[in-house]
Write a protein that binds this ligand. Structure first.
Ligand code: SF4
Length: 303
């Protein structure tokens, strides 16, 4: 998700007339897109902000903006702790970035001029801009942001908020644009892709989105991640088996092999439910490649 969002930020800046620098040296504007999923990730942010503080001491007109999950906390405290940061903006809130750049363009630069469609969309992950030219053969495409599940260990509902899906037509348009610039595989992203669409008019689901993307000429493969076992629908499994562009791969987080721990985690399924689901998927998609996540050392867990 962060890679996809960084690509969108780069696209927004390119559309506004900026050029990507080779590194920190000589940059007029640095945007740090952060992740706090583990302490090591957070340590990396504070380390980088320390480095930037030193650079800003030498070059006072350097502009520093920070976004991502690190900013989902008391802003006053953040500004106090990191006074050299000019802007903290919410993850995916490109409007906050574009507004700030309009009034605070970097040294020697004019305020960016975006074409009307390139300003931020009104949903957190929905920026209907063409990304910069740097699309790869495989490209991440966010389709839903946030999560309503509240697993007991997880920060996502607090940092990314509740689920907000992007309209299907907008995703299709983005994928067509990516394919025209060389992308052959898209990975549809969401903290919980199985919830996609329930907040949209007519309540389409992930299967509907796959059906819409399948006929796009030049698109060869479609992936999606991450799946929540309790939210994965039978219709999605059926659709996955039917559509040849959808890869035979599922990322299905298990998190624990013990029902007491799963209950503590508030995951909403049992080990038996998970096994049954995998059996069903394998029956429909015999050459399935299955990947998972497991948390070890959850509080209360014995060896
Ligand atoms: S489903 Fe995933 S993103 Fe949502 S709360 Fe649980 S672990 Fe976090």
């Amino acid at each position: 998700m962060n890679k996809a969002e960084s690509r969108r930020i780069a696209g927004l800046l390119t559309a506004g007339g900026y050029e990507e620098g080779a590194g920190l040296d000589g940059a007029d504007l640095v945007i740090l897109n952060t992740c706090v999923v583990r302490q090591s990730a957070e340590d990396k942010i504070t380390g980088t902000l320390g480095l930037l503080k030193g650079i800003k001491r030498e070059r006072q007109d350097l502009r520093i903006a920070v976004t991502g999950c690190f900013t989902a906390r008391d802003r006053k405290a953040l500004h106090k702790r990191f006074p050299h940061v000019d802007l903290f903006f919410d993850a995916g809130a490109y409007d906050q970035l574009s507004e700030w750049l309009s009034t605070h363009p970097p040294r020697g630069a004019a305020a960016p001029k975006w074409p009307p469609h390139a300003s931020a969309g009104d949903t957190p992950c929905a920026l209907p801009i063409e990304a910069d030219g740097s699309t790869g053969v495989s490209t991440y495409v966010p389709i839903i942001q946030g999560c309503n599940n509240f697993c007991s260990y997880c920060i996502v509902p607090y940092t990314r908020g509740r689920e907000v899906s992007r309209p299907i037509g907008e995703i299709e348009e983005e994928v067509r644009g990516l394919v025209s610039r060389g992308t052959r595989e898209v990975a549809l992203l969401g903290q919980n892709v199985d919830s996609f669409g329930h907040d949209l008019p007519g309540q389409p689901d992930l299967a509907d989105l796959l059906i819409r993307l399948q006929p796009i000429p030049g698109l060869l493969r479609i992936r999606f991640l991450t799946n929540q076992p309790k939210d994965m629908s039978r219709r999605l499994i059926k659709t996955m088996a039917e559509l040849d562009k959808v890869c035979e791969h599922i990322d299905l987080a298990l998190q624990s092999g013990n029902n007491d721990i799963l209950r503590e985690m508030n995951r909403g399924y049992t080990v038996e439910d998970y096994s049954r689901l995998v059996d069903e998927i394998r029956a429909a998609v015999p050459r399935l490649s299955l990947s998972t996540d497991i948390i070890v050392g959850f509080p209360g867990e014995t060896e």
